[in-house]
Design a protein around this ligand. Structure first.
Ligand SMILES: NC(=O)c1ccc[n+]([C@@H]2O[C@H](COP(=O)([O-])OP(=O)(O)OC[C@H]3O[C@@H](n4cnc5c(N)ncnc54)[C@H](OP(=O)(O)O)[C@@H]3O)[C@@H](O)[C@H]2O)c1
Length: 246
């Protein structure tokens, strides 16, 4: 598969770096608005081809990933249409729809470290190469194939959710600093604790509440802390970003 990534900013760049780590750099051609963005990737991954010419990039590929801002999708598709025939067009732009797009995907920026949670919308066209595209995104993390109406939910839980989780990490860090750790140490402690929590749940298959029970001694610090979190409306605050989308 020869891949062109149109737009290599935060999201496109993360995908490209994740794919390079999985060993497919020679199959990638990237574009951007400025040479500076292209250089920032090719300096790190010299086997990637780079051009400021979107049409040239499309000509060199069979699979095109659109990773420009949603309001640029229409304009870029018009620009590359003469070179698009017979090629698969994938968009990762949030909420932008266009009849020429074959497959909609919603990764998150952890793709750079091959830990994306990517949603792929079940394509309306049965001829679209869904399995190949699923394999491509599996190189940068986990993939779920969902119906169109679940794409927004997926984007909120994972595309935006990664920022909500980072905000939680920051909140815990600040308490760590208040209690006497340097910020760097507090960050390391909280990140490792978060990684430990995720690993426990993934490896045990336990529901979070069942795993919490294992940490909670009657009358101990954990239950007091958990109850204090709920008295401060923790669950409500954590669910607030999704309140308008239920
Ligand atoms: N950021 C996320 O976490 C995330 C998650 C999921 C989906 N998305 C989607 O990904 C898309 C990009 O978002 P982003 O956050 O990565 O934005 P971004 O950082 O601003 O990246 C946009 C990229 O598009 C390039 N560009 C601008 N005009 C172009 C043109 N005419 N031809 C080719 N490339 C052009 C820019 O080049 P320069 O760098 O040279 O200016 C930049 O590299 C959006 O549609 C967004 O909905 C983002």
């Amino acid at each position: 598969m020869k891949i062109a990534v149109i737009g290599t900013g935060n999201m496109g760049g993360a995908l490209v770096k994740g794919w390079c780590k999985s060993g497919i750099a020679p199959d990638l051609t990237i574009t951007a608005h400025t040479q500076k963005t292209l250089d920032s990737i090719t300096n790190q991954y010299p086997k990637v081809s780079a051009t400021l010419d979107n049409v040239r990039a499309v000509q060199a590929a069979d699979t095109i990933i659109l990773a420009v801002k949603p309001w640029m999708i229409q304009q870029v598709i018009e620009e590359i249409t003469p070179a698009l025939q017979g090629k698969t067009l994938i968009s990762v732009a949030a909420g932008a729809r266009h009849p020429r797009i074959d497959i909609y995907a919603m990764p998150n920026i952890a793709a750079e470290y091959n830990q994306s949670m990517t949603f792929i919308e079940m394509p309306a066209n049965e001829q679209a190469p869904l399995q190949d595209i699923e394999q491509l995104f599996r190189k940068v993390g986990q993939v779920k194939i969902v119906a169109q109406q679940q794409m927004t939910t997926g984007m909120l839980l994972s595309g935006c959710g990664i920022a909500f989780v980072m905000r939680y990490i920051r909140a815990l860090m600040e308490s760590g600093v208040e209690m006497g750790f340097y910020p760097k140490d507090a960050q390391q402690i909280v990140e490792q604790t978060m990684l430990g929590a995720v690993t426990c749940l993934q490896q045990s298959g336990l529901h979070p509440e069942a795993a919490i029970d294992k940490v909670t001694t009657p009358g101990g610090f954990t239950i007091k802390g958990l109850n204090a979190m709920e008295r401060a409306s923790f669950t409500r605050a954590a669910q607030a970003p999704f309140a308008n989308n239920k």
